[in-house]
Design a binder for this molecule. Structure first.
Ligand SMILES: NC(=O)c1ccc[n+]([C@@H]2O[C@H](COP(=O)([O-])OP(=O)(O)OC[C@H]3O[C@@H](n4cnc5c(N)ncnc54)[C@H](OP(=O)(O)O)[C@@H]3O)[C@@H](O)[C@H]2O)c1
Length: 144
């Protein structure tokens, strides 16, 4: 029997941490928690136990997406929830024209490309908790 999981990006802080707190009571085998800082993610494991699987990836890097894809292909979990939470709202707080091209690209990679890629990778494996196909269990919080 395949394990049932939630995949939450930006799980180690802010709203992402609140999503972990919500998911912990769902009938899931594991909660895959993606963020860059592994120490913060390890703190989640200490708080919530072995259901938490910390994954240290920078989603603004294409190689991180490839690694997550490979892990999903290797473990073939049934993804009950995908929560695209990691994102930067910097465009709202500072002028677009003073931002470096590198920062602009990093934000687009994180807020747009990573979200689209994870949807593409995860939707085929998405099931609801009764095992039916359920792509409505995807939430995206990032925005430009
Ligand atoms: N807070 C608001 O008022 C608000 C309003 C509307 C929408 N949003 C959106 O909601 C989402 C969460 O907001 P928040 O305020 O909770 O954010 P936050 O407190 O800054 O937390 C961001 C989370 O994302 C992770 N993260 C950041 N960059 C990452 C990257 N490149 N790769 C992987 N993980 C990354 C962070 O961990 P690491 O630093 O360890 O990577 C952290 O766990 C964001 O997409 C934001 O744009 C927020």
């Amino acid at each position: 029997m395949k394990k049932k999981i939630a995949l939450i990006t930006g799980a180690s802080g802010g709203l992402g941490r609140e999503f972990v707190a919500l998911m912990i009571n769902e009938p899931l085998d594991e909660i895959w928690c993606v963020a860059r800082n592994i120490q913060k993610s390890d703190g989640l494991k200490e708080q919530y136990g072995d259901k938490i699987v910390p994954l240290s990836f920078d989603l603004s890097k294409q190689e991180s997406i490839v690694s997550i894809k490979e892990r999903i292909e290797a473990e073939q979990p049934r993804i009950a929830y995908l929560i695209n939470n990691a994102g930067i709202g910097e465009f709202l707080g500072s002028s677009f024209t003073v931002m470096s091209i590198e920062t602009t690209h990093e934000i687009i990679q994180l807020n747009c490309n990573a979200v689209a890629s994870l949807c593409s990778i995860c939707i085929p494996t998405c099931v609801n908790l009764r095992g039916k196909q359920a792509s409505e269990r995807i939430r995206t919080l990032t925005f430009l």
